[in-house]
Design a protein around this ligand. Structure first.
Ligand SMILES: [Zn+2]
Length: 113
């Protein structure tokens, strides 16, 4: 029984593991609303604010990568050897929320630990 087989059926673009890694953890600095993932065909996933307070969508891969750097700096042992599909659970255990400002690198992580 493989969970990977069932979860990959709905993914139309190859690779991009962890593209919704931070779903539910990201918040908008402008209006304090949770950000949502938008996926446009032929474009990479992005995060946007549901209230429309920001002009630009934020590239999801860039945000995920930057938050991953934060996690690796904070708790380097925790992600080592963990398969991508399991990392979302670790993020939820570690991170209370991530508040995103105007750009992808304008983020503040609130830790649970
Ligand atoms: Zn907003």
């Amino acid at each position: 029984m493989s969970a990977a087989e069932t979860s990959q059926r709905t993914v139309s673009t190859p690779e991009q593991p962890g593209q919704t890694l931070l779903a539910g953890l990201l918040w908008c600095a402008g209006c304090d609303q949770p950000l949502r993932v938008v996926r446009v065909v032929a474009a990479s996933p992005a995060y946007e604010c549901p209230s429309g307070c920001r002009q630009h969508q934020l590239d999801a891969a860039s945000v995920d990568r930057l938050v991953r750097c934060e996690v690796e700096r904070e708790a380097p042992a925790l992600l080592a050897g963990v398969p991508a599909e399991c990392q979302a659970d670790i993020y939820r255990q570690l991170i209370c929320r991530v508040v995103l400002g105007a750009t992808v690198d304008d983020l503040v992580v609130t830790w649970r630990i």
